[in-house]
Design a protein around this ligand. Structure first.
Ligand code: ZN
Ligand code: ZN
Ligand code: FE
Length: 761
């Protein structure tokens, strides 16, 4: 018989709160190994004793972890065998020590829990807080590491005997499931009227569904915040929600019981279906059917896509179950269910998502007709994530705080992000942790939420940053906060140019170390020369960048105001084309002042922004003169181009100068001559794609580089991205796009952090 050996195994990665210790326990006891496993600050520590062959087999089995777990690092070292240990394997209490483990993201209810939820004989039949080690809340209920019940919002719920048995039984699916609970011992639903007063309902689910079907708007507490919910097929209810939320045109997301039910409203390709059904359950932008906009007026007006998701909490599922007549079992979930709910973040007027009950009653007063809530607190705000089949638009619930691996290790950086769609990023070694989407810092509440997010991220990661990073624009609230933080902690604060950060974010997630070309097509960001940039061709090399070229600037009559008023960009283009006399004819009396501004260059800075080029095109085509939200005109142009189908680029639609200036004024001139909107939009996209390819070919000639990163908000435009990528790849380019973060300002903090990590100062 081979001599006994004793091994110490340390595992890093996402290994806490995901059923990892019972998994280790099962593997060890099945093999008759003795020893123990415990959580510690770095992840999971195992000591295990047995014969070398069995130990080897044990290690191999460890490498296929449970559904929600992820092993980044597994290290084995030899210990002196202990002759006095018995043959038992135990799960022992967490040790203290420095914390570097990761908390898992929240996960949708798993199939095993769903089966129990709809089984009338199960003790958790219709219990809205059912979960297990393979599913349920994590990040949003956790205040600190290690991930143990006292550090979560389950701390106040003592386990009943049955739940305690499960919790303590290593063979049970709920062994050490921190949020484990049942109707006897766990959280419960509550039901309040519009003014927040408690209401009595024999069955809250039944009452809530009845109110929704009667056209009411309910605030329903989810995983990372409240949703405002109504019947998507009731136009009056949707219109009322829009009016109360003061959201004129921004699209609402919808929820259906399953992908089959969504297929009635939109096309779903296999990638989109995988996203929809993944345990992260993001909102997926699906191509609306042509008649959907008419059948669901006001949900996604004027857009090509419908934002849709599947239920992810037991509570969501119970609403659909109720609508289906409380069928037994889960077979009903395989069939088409007609219920379609609007599920929009409860964030009045662009402020942060509401998470607290008292806060909900106060901030949603006048919006919600009732509140479906519960007594399990949300400790971290986390919006729904939004994706397309091309990648993220918003990275939050289901993904936060999962680490992004960087190309290398470096000093810990805390990066404060930009102004719109703000996120923050904290790094340790070669890992970057992004906060969930925080929002646009145009109001005091969101700025406070940014400070909270910084604190929470530090609490759950316990990282002391060594460097601070922010945008080059000193007046962003995020930049001011960064400067204050750096001064207080006596840390260097590195200001990173906006478009450099956009490209660096892509470089960071793709693990690149060499110089690369970056095409940043964006709204606006402060340039290194003090100008307003946004259509940039950069060469990026670590902490340095060079501006090789940019779009021909457009005047911005009225400055920032022009970003919300595409017609001003159209007026500017006409002025530059020497056709000022047409401005008033097209845009009426309001245009007289703008024409004077343009002629006298008063309050008229210039911008090379690609976003503003889309605005000018949309207004010249008569598609949109005023926008309700950033990017609206561009999204509508994309929708029109989709409707038109493939088009050829406009011959002579652009001029590329030797100095790298790319000029689309010939294209704008053509668009202003009464072209049909759909044709114009399609041609606009095609001309952009072909001109950008030519621009890059020019840059390749002078730089010798054949790798390009496509960054900036304009690359949310699927049509442009697909066309450009196809052309570039055919010409031998390696094209990198944002995959783990959005290409828009939601990814800026990652890029800032990576630049700051590489800076010498
Ligand atoms: Zn489960
Ligand atoms: Zn219980
Ligand atoms: Fe940007």
């Amino acid at each position: 018989m081979a001599a006994l050996q004793r091994w110490a195994i340390r595992i890093r990665g996402q290994v806490q709160g995901v059923g990892f210790r019972p998994f280790v326990y099962r593997l060890a006891t099945q093999r008759g190994l003795s020893g123990f496993v415990r959580n510690d600050g770095a992840g999971v520590a195992i000591e295990v004793q047995g014969s070398p062959a069995v130990l080897d087999d044990f290690i191999n089995a460890l490498r296929q972890p449970p559904a929600l777990a992820r092993i980044d690092d597994l290290a084995v070292s030899d210990l002196i065998p202990d002759r006095n240990v018995g043959d038992t394997f135990a799960i022992v209490a967490s040790s203290g020590g420095p914390v570097t483990a990761e908390i898992a993201p929240d996960s949708a209810i798993c199939p095993a829990c769903l089966a129990e939820l709809f089984d009338p004989r199960d003790r958790r039949y219709r219990y809205p807080f059912i979960n297990c080690t393979d599913c349920g809340p994590r990040y949003t209920i956790t205040a600190a590491l290690p991930y143990d019940r006292p550090n979560t919002s389950m701390a106040g719920f003592a386990l009943c005997p049955d739940c305690a048995l499960e919790y303590g039984d290593p063979g049970n699916r709920r062994f050490h499931a921190q949020p484990n609970a049942c109707a006897l011992c766990g959280p419960e639903l509550n039901w309040r009227d519009a003014s927040g007063r408690p209401m009595v309902a024999a069955d809250v689910i039944e009452a809530a569904l009845a109110r929704l079907l009667a056209g009411d708007i309910l605030a329903i507490k989810g995983l990372g915040g409240f949703h405002l919910v109504c019947d998507a097929q009731n136009p009056a209810a949707v219109a009322r929600l829009r009016q109360r939320k003061q959201r004129d045109a921004k699209p609402f997301a919808v929820m259906a019981a399953n992908a089959a039910s969504l297929a009635a409203w939109a096309d779903i390709n296999p990638t989109e279906r995988r996203w929809l059904e993944s345990p992260q359950r993001p909102i997926v932008l699906l191509r609306q059917h042509p008649e959907t906009e008419r059948r669901l007026p006001d949900i996604a007006p004027g857009l090509a896509h419908l934002g849709a998701m599947l239920p992810y909490t037991p509570l969501h599922y119970l609403l659909f179950h109720e609508a289906a007549g409380r069928p037994t079992g889960t077979a009903w979930l395989e069939t088409i269910q007609p219920l379609l709910l609007v599920m929009t973040s409860a964030n009045p007027g662009g402020e942060p998502l509401v998470i607290g009950d008292e806060e909900a009653a106060r901030r949603l007063a006048g919006i919600a007709d009732g509140f479906v809530s519960h007594n399990r607190a949300i400790l971290a705000r986390c919006d729904d994530s939004v994706v397309t089949d091309g990648g993220f638009i918003r990275r939050a619930r289901g993904y936060t705080p999962q680490a992004i691996r960087l190309p290398g290790a470096g000093p810990s950086v805390l990066a404060f992000g930009g102004f719109l769609k703000n996120t923050v990023c904290l790094t340790r070694d070669d890992r970057a942790y992004l906060s969930p989407h925080i929002g646009s810092l145009d109001n005091a509440e969101t700025c406070r939420a940014l400070e909270e997010a910084v604190e929470h991220l530090q609490d759950i990661l316990r990282i002391e940053p060594e460097r601070i990073a922010c945008d080059l624009h000193p007046d962003f609230p995020s930049s001011r906060l960064a400067a204050r933080y750096a001064a207080k902690q006596d840390l260097p604060c590195i200001a990173v140019q906006h478009h450099h950060a956009h490209i660096a974010a892509i470089i960071a997630e793709h693990g690149l170390r060499e110089p690369i070309l970056g095409l940043a097509l964006d709204g606006v960001g402060l340039g290194a020369d003090g100008g307003i940039w946004g259509g940039e061709l950069l060469k990026v090399d670590g902490a340095r960048f060079e501006r090789l070229g940019h779009l021909r600037p457009l005047p911005l009559p009225g400055g920032d105001r022009a970003a919300r008023e595409p017609w001003r960009l159209a007026a500017a283009a006409l002025h530059e084309l020497g056709r000022s006399d047409e401005i008033s004819r097209r845009f009426g009396a309001r245009a007289t002042v703008v024409r004077q501004m343009l002629e006298r260059r008063i309050n008229t800075p210039e911008t090379s922004s690609a976003g503003r080029l889309f605005d000018a095109a949309a207004a010249l085509l008569g598609v949109r003169e005023l926008s309700d939200y950033e990017g609206q005109a561009a999204m509508e142009l994309e929708a029109l181009a989709h409707r038109h189908g493939p088009a050829a680029p406009l011959a002579g639609g652009f001029v590329l100068n030797d100095d790298g200036l790319l000029d689309f004024f010939p294209l704008l001139a053509w668009l202003s001559e009464g072209v049909a909107a759909e044709l114009g939009a399609a041609c606009f996209h095609a001309t952009l794609a072909s001109a950008l390819s030519e621009w890059l070919a020019w840059a390749r000639k002078i730089s010798g580089i054949r790798k390009v990163a496509l960054g900036g908000g304009c690359f949310l435009n699927r049509l442009l991205t697909t066309q450009l990528r196809a052309g570039l790849e055919k010409a031998g380019w390696q094209v990198l796009t944002a995959r783990q973060t959005p290409p828009n300002d939601g990814g800026l903090s990652l890029g800032q952090a990576w630049v700051a990590m590489q800076s010498d100062f």
